[in-house]
Design a binder for this molecule. Structure first.
Ligand code: GCV
Length: 651
């Protein structure tokens, strides 16, 4: 029998809750979310729903003034009330209360989410595979059929709802043949099945659609957004979807990107493409989430003027203000592609009249495939607190969606999810923390990585004697991964296609265009206005000045912005080449340290979790060693400069 991991709803914790009594004020409209709340109390937590308020420990109250979010009010040691304007917020308040109860005591809390849209994007294909998935096959599909695994999907919906996720895209943004028909009568009944499960947990479902659908369905010869028949086709399609699924969220679209069709084929721009779909959804209150991941994927490495980093801004800045109110641009947090280190995308703060979503990647595509431990909250916290310099006295990235979107409720954050059909959801047990953490920072970007980790550890493992061990490993893991992979923001250098492990020149002469330009003197990409691609000018003046100037450019992004000699001296006094050697040796030592520390947890964790992490750590060590040796050898051969500590380099 398959036992599915309870993730942060660990069985350890239920006992406390089982003894509690809940009361729901009778004036609350009984929609599917409220029914589910009752069900969660009685069936999942096996606690009591009482009919007399005075007998309850927790009372739910509808209060129109508490919007958005909820208020958990402590009346006395015995009783709290949870107030909110909507049933979905009552449900979220319920989980918040329970999770905090487990994490001990608290006083009154008024929780308002930082972001309106808090979304997980699935890159699941209908055949059961997951693009960039590292935890087994899809929890939704197999062999071009729906799995109908009610139990697993419900567990997943609960996990997401408990951290406040409210949107989910069910299929890959690369919409292949069969997936194109998810919006056809043939499949919509099953989409509804999933929409109903997620809907009960306050999560709206969206589908990724193929822009060329009218052609692929065999109905029309064009998908031109200005063609009336095309517009009509999408309207009819939207009507069909909403007839069946009235609370359907809308469409997620990857267009004119990496082979996906889009409006460019008809000489139309992205606003024309997105608005056409948005107008079909508007009568039903649906939205279009349109991705800005549009770049030339047929580059010639000989051409030094094309720069993939520039692409989103070059394609979308001029369209600011041209998108309908129910269109939201989904913009990757960095200009390239979810690298371990890259600067923040300059569109943020510059766009003034367009709804925006910041896109992250929970699935560890470039960040270790959920083999290597990589607690990504470190990266996200830093990125979300980046000052775009587009505001006075500051405009941090975390505040951009709400303040720069004309319709703030159509803005927020999204992330590519990391779960699959593995028993523990994420392959590496510790990667669950990234999913939990994404939900938490989507709600409150000021929670620190440490705070979130403490919550997650407590919820998942209960009280641990060697808490410091697991914390030390996880909190240093993001820096460790960065240390043994590509240095100083240069990025990529990964094995082509699968993106795990080193391949320094793997993308150097490739059409996708992400190069390091290493030669015998130095490396890095010159993106300055003065001598390079001019990308730096896309930033607000203060950031432009900082990145353009070699002396003020932060070291961790040096090679993203500048091509420098190996002997260039960093702010800490080290040369670039010595930094490469040091970080790669140190990165491996760190992983060895993790392996040495981990056994301290053997008696405290369930054997399955202990072994799972141990096994992944062993694989991580192999990966780190491979990176270290390839990087050090490559750059030693290129530069001819020895390591000043004379450590082993395979020359
Ligand atoms: C879904 C990167 C990934 C692709 C992914 C793409 C995207 O390029 O490697 O697998 O495609 O991003 O975000 O659309």
């Amino acid at each position: 029998m398959v036992t599915i991991d309870n993730a942060w709803f660990s069985k350890l914790q239920y006992a406390k809750i089982t003894k509690m009594r809940f009361y729901i004020k009778p004036n609350i409209f009984e929609d599917s979310i409220l029914l589910n709340l009752k069900n969660e109390i009685e069936t999942f937590f096996q606690a009591k729903l009482v009919t007399v308020e005075s007998e309850a420990n927790v009372v739910f109250v509808l209060d129109k003034s508490i919007y958005p979010g909820y208020l958990v009010k402590k009346m006395n040691q015995e009783k709290v009330i949870i107030l909110a304007a909507e049933t979905v917020s009552l449900l979220q308040g319920f989980y918040y209360y329970l999770l905090n109860l487990i994490n001990n005591d608290f006083n009154d809390v008024r929780q308002t989410p930082n972001q309106a849209i808090r979304m997980i994007d699935h890159w699941d294909n209908f055949d059961g595979t997951i693009e960039r998935g590292y935890a087994g096959r899809s929890i939704f599909y197999e062999n071009n059929q729906f799995l109908d695994d009610y139990n697993r999907v419900k567990m997943y919906a609960r996990m997401l709802a408990s951290v406040g996720i409210n949107y989910i895209a069910l299929n890959n943004v690369n919409v292949h043949h069969e997936e194109t028909f998810l919006i056809s009568a043939k499949h919509l009944a099953k989409v509804k099945f999933l929409a109903d499960i997620f809907g009960k947990f306050g999560i709206k479902v969206m589908l990724s659609v193929n822009f060329a659908s009218p052609i692929r369905f065999g109905d029309l010869k064009t998908a031109d957004p200005l063609d009336e028949q095309v517009q009509q086709w999408w309207q009819t399609r939207a009507n069909l979807i909403y007839d069946l699924i009235p609370d359907f969220g809308g469409f997620l679209v990857k267009a004119d990107s990496e082979g996906e069709p889009g409006p460019f084929a008809y000489g139309r721009d992205h606003a024309q493409g997105a608005n056409m779909l948005a107008r079909a959804l508007a009568p039903h209150h649906g939205i279009v989430i349109w991705r800005t991941f549009v770049y030339n994927a047929h580059q010639d490495w000989r051409d030094r003027t094309t720069d993939r980093a520039r692409a989103a801004y070059d394609n979308f800045m001029a369209l600011d203000g041209k998108f309908d109110d129910n269109v939201t641009l989904q913009i990757k947090f960095g200009p390239i592609d979810f690298q371990t280190r890259e600067p923040v995308q300059p569109l943020f703060g510059a766009l003034e009249k367009t709804n925006q979503i910041i896109e992250f990647q929970v699935t560890q595509e470039y960040t270790g495939h959920q083999i290597d431990i990589n607690y990504l909250l470190q990266q996200w916290y830093e990125v979300l607190h980046f000052d775009t310099k587009h505001g006075q006295p500051e405009l941090l990235l975390k505040d951009v969606p709400q303040t720069k979107s004309p319709v703030p409720q159509n803005s927020g954050v999204a992330a590519v999810g990391n779960v699959g059909r593995d028993d523990n959801w994420t392959g590496n047990k510790l990667a669950q923390a990234n999913l939990y953490g994404f939900g938490r920072i989507a709600w409150d970007a000021d929670l620190t990585p440490e705070q979130i980790l403490s919550e997650w550890l407590q919820l998942t493992f209960g009280k641990l004697e060697h808490l410091d061990v697991i914390k030390e490993i996880m909190l240093s893991s993001n820096a460790t991964y960065e240390a043994y992979t590509a240095p100083l923001g240069v990025g990529f250098m990964v094995t082509p296609q699968n993106h795990y492990g080193p391949s320094i020149d793997g993308y150097e002469f490739d059409r996708w265009g992400t190069y390091h330009f290493a030669d015998r003197n130095g490396l890095g990409v010159d993106r300055t206005v003065k001598t390079g691609t001019g990308y730096t000018r896309q930033y607000a003046d203060a950031n432009y000045a900082k990145y353009e100037d070699l002396t003020t450019c932060p070291d961790e992004l040096l090679l993203f912005f500048h091509h420098v000699d190996y002997t260039h001296v960093l702010h800490d006094g080290k040369t670039v080449i010595q930094h490469i050697y040091d970080t790669h040796f140190e990165g491996v030592e760190k992983v060895k340290q993790y392996l040495a520390l981990w056994p301290q947890l053997e008696d405290e964790l369930a054997p399955i979790d202990y072994q799972n992490v141990l096994e992944h750590l062993n694989r991580q060590l192999k990966n780190a060693v491979e990176w270290r040796d390839q990087m050090n050898t490559f750059f030693y051969r290129m530069s001819g400069i020895p390591d000043n500590q004379e450590r082993k380099i395979y020359a």
